[in-house]
Design a protein around this ligand. Structure first.
Ligand SMILES: [Zn+2]
Length: 196
C-alpha cells in the first residue's frame, strides 16, 4: 500500500524518533508499505517520520545513483543494489572533508540545494531481523544514509543551508506546507486549508 508522504511543516518531521523492538505491530507490513511508497515516489531513501511515524527506522536503495557517469566504476558497483533497512540507527562517528552534493527530499518536493556533509560515517544499526551491525560508509552511500538519519533526528536538509539560501526558499517552503505544489505522488500537507 502506498502511504501519503508527510510534507514540510508537519511537526512529526521535527521529532527525535524513538527506538523500536521486534514487537512493533505489523512490522513486516510497515516495511513493505514503506518500500512501495519510496519506489512509487522514485526516492532513494525514506524515513518513518516521512510517513508520520516518529520511530528510528529508514530505508535506502541507492541503485538509481549507480548509473551516474561521473562516478568511478568502483563507486557505481557499491551503489548498485545497495538496498538496506536501518533500525535504531546511531551514527557513531563522522570523519573526513565536507563535500557538497545537490540534495532533494520527498517531503520537500521541487527544492534541490547543495548540502555539505562529511565524507565518511560509522553507524550502528539493526537490520530487518533485528540483528545488530556496525559499519563504515563513504561517499554517496554515506550521503544517502546521513540524509535519512537526519530525518530520525528531526533534521531536514534545508536546515543545513546558509541563512541567505533559507531566506530565498522560505516562501516556497510555506507553499509546500499548504499543499500549493504539484507533485506526482501521494502527500499529506500540514497547513492545507480544508475545503468546506
Ligand atoms: Zn528527506
Amino acid at each position: 500500500m502506498i502511504l501519503p508522504i508527510v510534507a514540510y511543516g508537519d511537526p512529526v518531521l521535527r521529532k527525535v524518533a524513538v527506538d523500536i523492538d521486534k514487537e512493533y505491530p505489523a512490522f513486516n507490513t510497515l516495511l513493505e508499505n514503506m518500500w512501495e511508497t519510496m519506489y512509487n515516489a522514485s526516492g532513494v531513501g525514506l524515513a518513518a517520520p516521512q510517513i508520520g511515524l516518529p520511530i528510528r527506522l529508514f530505508l535506502v536503495d541507492t541503485t538509481p545513483f549507480s548509473d551516474d557517469e561521473d562516478l568511478t566504476e568502483e563507486e557505481q558497483k557499491a551503489l548498485n543494489g545497495f538496498k538496506k533497512v536501518f533500525i535504531n540507527a546511531y551514527i557513531e562517528e563522522e570523519t573526513g572533508e565536507e563535500w557538497g552534493f545537490n540534495e532533494g527530499c520527498l517531503s520537500i518536493p521541487d527544492i534541490r540545494e547543495d548540502v555539505f556533509r562529511k565524507e565518511t560515517i560509522t553507524i550502528s544499526y539493526m537490520d530487518e531481523e533485528f540483528n545488530s551491525h556496525k559499519e563504515t560508509y563513504s561517499g554517496l552511500l554515506a550521503r544517502v544514509i546521513q540524509h535519512e538519519y537526519d530525518h530520525i533526528e528531526g533534521i531536514l536538509f534545508t536546515d543545513k543551508l546558509s541563512s541567505l539560501k533559507k531566506r530565498l526558499i522560505k516562501s516556497r517552503l510555506a507553499n509546500i506546507s499548504k499543499g500549493k505544489i504539484r507533485v506526482d505522488y501521494r502527500m499529506r500537507f500540514p497547513n492545507m486549508k480544508k475545503a468546506r
